[in-house]
Write a protein that binds this ligand. Structure first.
Ligand code: NCD
Length: 333
């Protein structure tokens, strides 16, 4: 990998995309494209992070994100550690910070953190900065706040569809993206809004009013309480899961009614651009936010591409961070 790529990465942690600049998106897409090529080889492993320790601290359930991160770290030859709350000392009363400090004491270089409460990765990052200064924190989803790597793999997936050989973030300029579903509880929606707006896309949100506060407009997007306007001419439609585990009260009449009004189906896509493609971060409630047949239609759905691309994008981020670590250490030595 070209030295120049790595040297333009300047972040100790990846906690949110809120302050990401367009050059940083381009850097990640360019790096992910190189790793996509590595993953197409017969031997899919490179020695880049040999000797580094990557710990996955998932305080909340996950299938895709956790395994995707783990595979990415393994493909880069890192040693990986895993942690599950129910089988850890957390059940004996250990605090989150003491858990992180335990992993620090074992020589962890990168901690990938998911937690049901917003701000936990930031809290751990602050603690690690005070204690060591060498550990990198990667946010793999915190509460309703942020899920940066999901938005980055979504961006890579859309840009790869637009320009298969050379995906570039700038190709999103002027594209219309409709984000539909439980926006209120979605860290994926928030992260995608930051990414898409910075890269010049026109973002339209659609959901029942109980799941879409009007204040979202302040992020530079259009808010709709009916689906059709949001879909009109859209180049991409992102559907989101109803996050019932985060709903303190019943915010919907019924799942059937929700599907009738906001469910994405093949028929509904007729309003979109003729080249429209559908995304979903998973896990999917089939027949609720998206029809089962549309989800499985490889001509219209990019869902499996999102999962595949997740590994290359996470390899890119781990690589950039791991290499930044050695640059920072070198400067100190
Ligand atoms: C999302 C998450 O956990 O934020 N899933 C994921 O990471 N692929 C979305 C969701 O849970 O609905």
């Amino acid at each position: 990998m070209a030295e120049s790529i790595a040297s333009s990465w300047q972040r100790q942690h990846l906690l949110s995309l809120e302050d990401f600049r367009q050059e940083e998106y381009e850097l990640i897409l360019q790096t992910a494209t190189s790793f996509r090529e590595v993953l197409s080889r017969r031997t899919k492993k490179v020695p880049t992070l040999q000797g580094k320790v990557v710990a996955h601290l998932f305080f909340e359930p996950s299938t895709r994100t956790r395994n995707s991160f783990e595979l990415a770290a393994k493909r880069l030859s890192a040693d990986t550690l895993n942690f599950s709350p129910s089988t850890s000392a957390l059940v004996k009363g250990e605090t989150i910070l003491d858990t992180a400090r335990t992993f620090l004491a074992m020589g962890t270089d990168i901690m990938v953190i998911r937690h049901q409460h917003a701000g936990v990765p930031h809290l751990i990052a602050r603690d690690m900065d005070n204690l060591s200064g060498n550990v990198h924190i990667l946010n793999a989803g915190d509460g309703k706040h942020s899920h940066p790597t999901q938005a980055l793999l979504d961006l890579f997936t859309m840009c790869s569809y637009l320009q298969p050989e050379l995906p570039q973030a700038k190709s999103m300029a002027g594209k219309k993206v409709a984000i539909v579903g439980d926006i209120l509880h979605s860290r994926v929606a928030r992260s995608n809004i930051w990414s898409l707006v910075t890269n010049g896309a026109e973002v339209h949100l659609a959901a029942p009013a109980t799941l879409l506060p009007r204040e979202f407009q302040e992020l530079g997007v259009k808010v709709h309480y009916q689906l059709d306007k949001a879909l009109e001419g859209a180049d991409f439609v992102m559907t989101l899961r109803l996050q019932t585990e985060r709903m303190a009260q019943n915010l919907l009449p019924s799942l059937r009614e929700y599907h009738q009004q906001f469910g994405i189906t093949r028929e509904r896509l007729a309003r979109c651009s003729s080249q429209v493609r559908v995304l979903h971060p998973g896990p999917v409630n089939r027949g609720v936010e998206i029809s089962s047949e549309l989800m499985d239609d490889p001509r219209l759905s990019l869902i499996s591409h999102q999962v595949t691309n997740g590994v290359a994008v996470r390899m890119a981020i781990l690589y950039l961070m791991g290499t930044y670590a050695s640059t920072a250490e070198n400067l100190r030595n």
